[in-house]
Design a protein around this ligand. Structure first.
Ligand code: C2E
Ligand code: CA
Ligand code: CA
Ligand code: CA
Length: 274
């Protein structure tokens, strides 16, 4: 009974109460974020072995009226739980395609990758909506890469795999994000219509000194080469990491070393040369 009493005291902990209130507040605010135009498209460049920008990852930011700029780690999980991610994901796809349109118009062959949540992917009309957005912006599907994670395949794998094949047929490219951190990465390589894998930052972090990270990175690059897949190493922060990755034959890199996530307009100006 004493134990129970302690638990109850713990439940009414004012700090927990405050956290719950804050979460509810954030959830209310998130409902309005889209309609109030508070979401922003940020981009982070991906460079080839010669250091040329060949693609960019689209990353969502929330310009909260009082909290300022909020990173996705603080609101994407909430958006997924509440289902708001579906509308927010549509917004992101639309903005990314509009950016591709502008890159096309400027003759810049830079591709864009967009993160897709399981919840979005499972929407019955996801493929149709994506095709409508591509059509409206007049963008070839092959200019767009969708980044998915292995965790999406943990439930209803058959359904998700079928959806990925439907997406593949539209011409969009599919990338596995955070590769190597999931459960059965290897089986997906032969099962899914993949174009690309992204080596998780967790492995890049230890380069060049950590022998295990070097071995894993080399193995992933070898697998990708054998399967004919594009590879992007994520979270490259130092010259030493980039040097090692280049030496291992990594074709693409992304990370603070080459550019932090910045408002899309910032990079557009840079790429256009003004
Ligand atoms: P992610 O897809 O793994 O994105 C990469 C994250 O690593 C980004 O965090 C990026 O800012 C950060 N990053 C890039 N380079 C470096 C580096 O050199 N060092 C370090 N330490 N970090 C680096 P961000 O922007 O906070 O996004 C976090 C996560 O939120 C993303 O992880 C992605 O899972 C999710 N996310 C972002 N935008 C969207 C979106 O539009 N839709 C969905 N569903 N998820 C999104
Ligand atoms: Ca990603
Ligand atoms: Ca990632
Ligand atoms: Ca990640």
């Amino acid at each position: 009974a004493k134990q129970q009493g302690r638990d109850r005291v713990c439940f009414f902990d004012p700090a927990m109460q405050q956290a719950a209130t804050e979460r509810l507040q954030l959830e209310n605010d998130l409902h309005d974020a889209l309609t109030r135009g508070e979401l922003e498209l940020y981009l982070q460049p991906q460079v080839d072995a010669q250091g040329r920008t060949v693609a960019a990852e689209a990353l969502m930011r929330w310009r909260h009226p009082t909290k300022g700029l909020v990173n996705p780690g603080a609101f994407i999980p909430l958006a997924e739980e509440t289902g708001l991610i579906v509308a927010m994901g549509d917004w992101m796809l639309q903005r990314a395609c509009a950016m591709l349109r502008r890159l096309d118009d400027a003759g810049l062959p830079i591709e864009i990758s967009v993160n897709v949540s399981a919840r979005q992917l499972r929407e019955a009309d996801f493929v149709a909506r994506l095709q409508r957005i591509l059509g409206e912006e007049g963008v070839f599907a092959s200019r767009l890469t969708l980044e998915i994670t292995e965790s999406m395949l943990l439930t209803d794998a058959d359904q998700v795999v079928a959806r990925l094949y439907a997406l593949h047929r539209t011409g969009v490219k599919l990338s596995i994000d955070d590769f190597g951190t999931g459960y059965s990465s290897m089986t997906y390589l032969k099962q899914l219509p993949l174009h690309e894998i992204k080596i998780d930052r967790a492995f890049v972090d230890g380069l060049p000194d950590d022998a295990n990270d070097s071995t894993i990175t080399r193995a992933i690059l070898g697998l990708a080469r054998d399967f004919g897949l594009q590879v992007v190493a994520e979270g490259v922060e130092t010259d030493a990491q980039a040097e090692r990755l280049r030496a291992l034959g990594c074709p693409r890199m992304q990370g603070y070393l080459f550019g932090r996530p910045q408002p899309a307009e910032h990079y557009l100006r840079q790429w256009l040369g003004h």
